[in-house]
Design a protein. Structure first.
Length: 218
């Protein structure tokens, strides 16, 4: 349940978990006006807390955004892995299911998603946990492509390179969807499935390129 925010006179604010309240206030601001307009000072004013209280939890805007991105990437990582696991259980295409999960996550968690892929976090090296979760989410895609290649269901190219191509496609779809250019949420989901199916069909081996690879290795 979202934290209820009540603005009080400066210096009188008390909350059992101020850090959680700051994160929730930041998410609400991003949802309304975007990542670039967020400032630590405005978040504090919204909650009615002093600068001292703010900086006790986050040294600057980048630190606050890193916390939001970390939360997002943790759930995102789990979401992608869960999509792959369920696809195997249900004998479905893991890449297509992952693509659907990606777009669904973005549409349902727009403030987190915009923060995760913004350029407002100045130095990722200062936040090793964030880098681990972000790399882990991308690794799910790379490892799934590699597994599909070993099974002969994906063309034999660099899996990391193919992952970048797939990521760029679904990220673009999610970004256009969040901007309201692709219709309703249901419209976007249907389009996402069609996009993933079309893309991954194009990555399937054919007799022609299978023969070509065989000749090149002989």
């Amino acid at each position: 349940m979202p934290v209820k925010l009540k603005r009080k006179p400066k210096g009188t604010y008390h909350h059992p978990d101020l850090q959680v309240a700051l994160v929730e206030a930041a998410l609400q601001t991003i949802r309304k006006t975007g990542v670039d307009s967020l400032t630590l000072r405005d978040v504090g004013l919204r909650l009615g807390v002093s600068r001292t209280a703010l900086y006790r939890h986050f040294k600057d805007k980048s630190a606050l955004l890193a916390r939001l991105a970390l939360e997002g990437f943790r759930v995102f990582h789990q979401t992608l892995q869960s999509a792959v696991d369920q696809a195997h259980t249900n004998k479905k295409d893991p890449l297509e299911e992952m693509g659907m999960a990606y777009v669904n996550f973005a549409m349902a968690n727009q403030s987190h998603y915009k923060t995760m892929f913004s350029d407002s976090i100045c130095t990722w090296g200062d936040y090793p946990d964030l880098a681990v979760e972000a790399d882990g989410a991308f690794a799910v895609l790379v490892n799934t492509i590699a597994a599909e290649q070993r099974a002969g269901r994906i063309i034999a190219e660099d899996p990391a390179r193919l992952a970048q191509v797939i990521w760029a496609g679904v990220h673009g779809l999610a970004t256009l969807g969040m901007a309201g250019h692709l219709g309703s949420h249901n419209d976007i989901i249907h389009l996402a499935r069609h996009h993933c199916h079309t893309l991954f069909t194009g990555l399937r081996p054919t007799p022609r390129n299978t023969t070509r690879r065989a000749k090149s290795t002989s």
